[in-house]
Design a protein. Structure first.
Length: 97
């Protein structure tokens, strides 16, 4: 899903109050991390991921993680990435773009 700059700004603003749900640790991008993000995005739509290691590869890992979890990378700021995927049912959506 391609987001416009206005949609990205809206989602970044909404993500300000969120706590990181998924952590990328010293093992980097594993199947478990990708699965955890997939489940978190399915449940919450908008999710923050915190990078505790591999801090020099945040953007590269963030892009790969978006592809593997079938979500959209909204933004990376420092060692945090924000991901979005709309809920399958329209009545379950929390964020309207």
């Amino acid at each position: 899903m391609n987001l416009t700059s206005q949609q990205r700004a809206y989602l970044r603003g909404e993500a300000q109050t969120l706590n990181p749900v998924v952590m990328v640790g010293k093992e980097g991008l594993t199947d478990a991390v990708a699965k955890a993000l997939d489940e978190a995005v399915k449940a919450h739509e908008l999710v923050k991921v915190r990078f505790q290691a591999h801090k020099d590869e945040v953007k590269i890992i963030a892009i790969e993680l978006a592809e593997r979890s079938n979500s959209t990378l909204v933004a990376t700021t420092g060692f945090t990435a924000v991901y979005y995927r709309a809920a399958e049912k329209a009545e379950d959506r929390r964020y309207f773009l």
